[in-house]
Design a protein around this ligand. Sequence first.
Ligand code: GLY
Length: 363
Amino acid sequence: MRPEVIHVSLGNAQTIPIWFASLTELPSYCESVDLRIGPCILITDTNLVPLYLDQVKTSLLDSGWGPTTEIIIPSGEASKSADVLQSIYDQTLQSGLDRQTPIFALGGGVIGDLAGFAAATLLRGLPLVHLPTSLIAQVDSSIGGKTGINHRIGKNLIGAFYQPHLVLTDLDLLQSLPELEWTSGLAEVVKHGFIADADFFTYLSSNWDAILQRDNEQVQRMVIHAARIKASIVSKDEKESSLRAILNFGHTFAHSIERVAGYGQFTHGEAVALGMRAATKVSSLIHPNLPHHLIDSFLLKLPVRNSIGDISIDALIQAMYYDKKVMAGQLRLILIRDIGDAYVHDQVSEDLIAQGWESIMQS
Ligand code: GLY
C-alpha cells in the first residue's frame, strides 16, 4: 500500500504522526522526527521474537543504528507488573543509555503500555516509538499516550500520559494475528463506531464478512478510519478531562469481568464486547429510543464468547468500584443516547447496572 499518515494534534502545537507503512521503513520515519541515529532499546514479547524482531533489528542496523539492547518480555497481561518494569529498568540502565536513546515498543497493548511507561520514567523521559502489532494496539492503545502497569487492586492504576515521537503501523502484520486476537480486536474497532461515528458503524455492518476474513482492502480502510476516530478524540482531550472518557464505553463492565473471572479467562476484547452489550442495555433503559437490538445483534455476530455464564452479579458490581473512573464512591459509566453519541453518566443506579449484567449472563 502507499504510505498514509494521520496526526494527533496536541494543545502545545505538538503533533504526533501515525504512519501506516512497512516496518522495514522504520529508519526513515525515525529520521523524519529527528531521532538520533545510534544506540536504541527494543522491547518486545516472547511471541513476537520469531515473527518480527530480526526484521526490525536488521533494518535499524543496516541504516547505521546500534548497538541495540533487546528486552524480551513474557507475552501476556501478567507482564504489566512492577517486577517486569523493574527488570526493564535494570537492563536499560546497565546498557548505558542517555536522554536521546529511543525505546522502540514492538508489540500489542501490553508492550506499548509497559515500554511506554518505562520510556516516560527512565531519566525522566526517553524518546518513544510505538510499533503496534495487534489490532487493538493499532486502533487504540498506541494512539494517545496512555502508558502504565497494573496493580493487584486493579488494571492500569499506575501510569502516565506520555506521547510517542512516532507511531509506525504496519497493516500487513494483522494478517498473521491468531484468530481470537483478530476477533477480539474487532470489539474495540466497533466501539469507535458506537461512541463517535454512526456512518462507520454502517460501513462495518455492510462489510462485516469481508472484514472477518481480513480482506486486505477492507482491513486498511477500517483500521485507518478507526485510528482517525481515536486520533481526533485524543486531539480534543489529551488528558481525559471530559470527551476522551467515552473511549471507555463498555470498559467498566469489561474490567470487572476480567477481574472477577480471573485475568486471562476472557481476552480483553471479549470482555469489551460483553461490556458494551451490558452498557447498551443500561443505555436503553434510560434512552428508550436507542436501537438496542440492532447493537446487540451486531455484537453477537462477533465470533467471541457471548455470555459471562454463572458469575455472581454482586461480585461483578463490587469489582466495578475499583475502576479508575469511580468518583467520590459513585460509579461513572459511559452510555450512548444513540449510535455515535456517547456521554459520561455520573449517577447510574445499581439497579440499572444489575439489569445490564443480567442481559449478558446467558447467550
Ligand atoms: N483506550 C482508551 C484511551 O486511550 O483513552
